[in-house]
Write a protein of this length. Structure first.
Ligand SMILES: *Cc1c(COP(=O)(O)O)cnc(C)c1O
Length: 423
């Protein structure tokens, strides 16, 4: 099926007389007739549900839809995008291991890798994703076990050269993990460019209505763990907590996701709730329509801002002349996303006047939902930094992050225009 059809119909096919709409299985537990049947589930010898922390029919259907959209072989939902990143990395990295990560990734991701996972003994090197292959190569070490980047970085807007990163990762015996949150599988499927694992914060465009926090990890099934047996013992040697099964052997291409569910979700517990999975699925049913509209509106808004006398600069990979325009043409030919950044004239003061004058467009700590919204990092997410530190962090004092929604673009432009007059 084509992506639009998967959005609408994927993941759940009712049997005769069953609910047409994906049911919310709001039950923590599941009943069995015999003790033996339940025992097999605990041995991972049979498939079935026994406890919602490990698996739930509503969550499974939504994971399958996202898996099919990405063209993967297996997927699991998580409680948030952060949990998806945590699982994707710690499923294959342990104390002593190292991760190479693009420096412009989401702030939560770089905190997780550089602060929290560092305390757990996993080290990380943040790299400039625009360096040449030769330069990037120097950051790899024998203990490097994963490479991480974002298709479109939040909030920097940089587009990742996925093929370049996949080549580098594979040359060093590592899988490439790509956070595909901003592009969504509608605009880019990283597996087709060599990425091995994809993560999502479904909280953003997939939900699309700012209702449910959630995440997802999808595996392409392409990384051959057994070919790197000594580097990934978690997948290639017996798991004593499951009677000695070897994930990459027993589950083949699905071993990586099976291990996340059987070990990480079991022990750390960041599972998705069936209710949130249901809400995410309602969002997914219109993802293809909304992404097209987000991109169309953002493209018009970017052009408008670019030509505005009160605007100093605009960054949007869909704009001709943008630093990432060529990469966007290659990886995101159907559209980039709805998020762009720009600087009104007048520095920090100008940006504050602008945001305070907005009427329809709201100031919120969120991006990528149906309603157009803004954030002024210097006054909000990065307000603890002084002017000098802001520049060092790549967040100019006047930077406005604008998440263009799916309203009528004329109304978005009208609100921007009247607010820019205050600058
Ligand atoms: C929001 C976001 C995350 C974190 O997701 P949560 O659902 O908020 O935990 C990770 N990556 C990207 C690119 C994001 O935008």
């Amino acid at each position: 099926m084509k992506k639009s059809t998967i959005c609408v119909q994927g993941g759940y096919t009712p049997g005769n007389g069953e609910a047409r709409v994906l049911p919310i299985t709001q039950s923590t537990t599941f009943k069995y007739d015999t003790s033996e049947e339940m025992g097999k589930l605990f041995d991972l010898e049979a498939e079935g549900y026994f406890y919602t922390r490990l698996a739930n029919p509503t969550c499974d259907a939504v994971a399958k839809k996202i898996c099919d959209l990405e063209g993967g072989v297996a997927a699991t939902l998580t409680s948030s995008g952060q949990a998806a990143t945590l699982y994707a990395v710690t499923n294959i990295c342990e104390a002593g291991d190292h991760v190479v990560c693009a420096a412009k990734v989401y702030g939560g991701t770089s905190n997780l890798l550089n602060v929290t996972l560092k305390r757990f003994g996993i080290s990380c090197t943040l790299v400039d994703q625009d360096l040449s292959e030769e330069e990037l190569e120097t950051y790899f070490r024998p203990e490097t076990k994963a490479v991480f980047g974002e298709t479109i970085a939040n909030p920097a807007g940089s587009v990742l050269d996925i093929e370049k990163f996949a080549r580098l990762a594979h040359k060093h015996g590592c899988p490439l993990i790509v956070d595909n949150t901003f592009a969504t599988p509608i605009n880019c499927t990283p597996f087709t460019f060599g990425a091995d694992i994809v993560t999502h914060s479904t909280t953003k465009y997939m939900d699309g209505h700012a209702m449910a926090v959630g995440g997802c990890v999808v595996d392409s099934g392409n990384f051959d763990w057994m070919a790197h047996e000594d580097r990934y013992p978690g997948l290639t040697t017996p798991d004593e907590s499951y009677h000695g099964i070897v994930y990459a052997e027993k589950f083949g291409k699905c071993g990586y996701i099976q291990k996340i569910v059987a070990q990480l979700t079991r022990d750390m517990g960041a599972c998705q709730s069936p209710m949130n999975a249901f809400l995410t699925n309602v969002g997914l049913e219109t993802l293809h329509l909304r992404m097209a509209r987000h991109c169309e509106n953002a493209q018009k808004v970017a052009h408008y801002l670019k030509n505005h006398e009160k605007v100093a600069w605009v960054e949007y990979a869909g704009l001709e002349g943008d630093k990432y325009y060529d990469l966007a043409r290659k990886y995101l030919p159907n559209g980039v996303c709805g998020v762009l950044s720009f600087g009104p004239k007048g520095g920090r003061e100008g940006a504050m006047r602008f945001t305070n004058a907005l009427k329809m467009i709201a100031i919120v700590t969120h991006v990528a939902d149906a309603r157009t919204c803004v954030l002024h990092p210097a006054s909000h997410t990065h307000r603890q930094l002084n002017e000098q530190q802001l520049v060092e962090a790549g967040v100019l004092p006047e930077l406005i992050r604008l998440s263009v929604g799916i309203e009528d673009v004329e109304d978005i432009l009208a609100d921007l225009e009247q607010a820019l007059q205050a600058v």
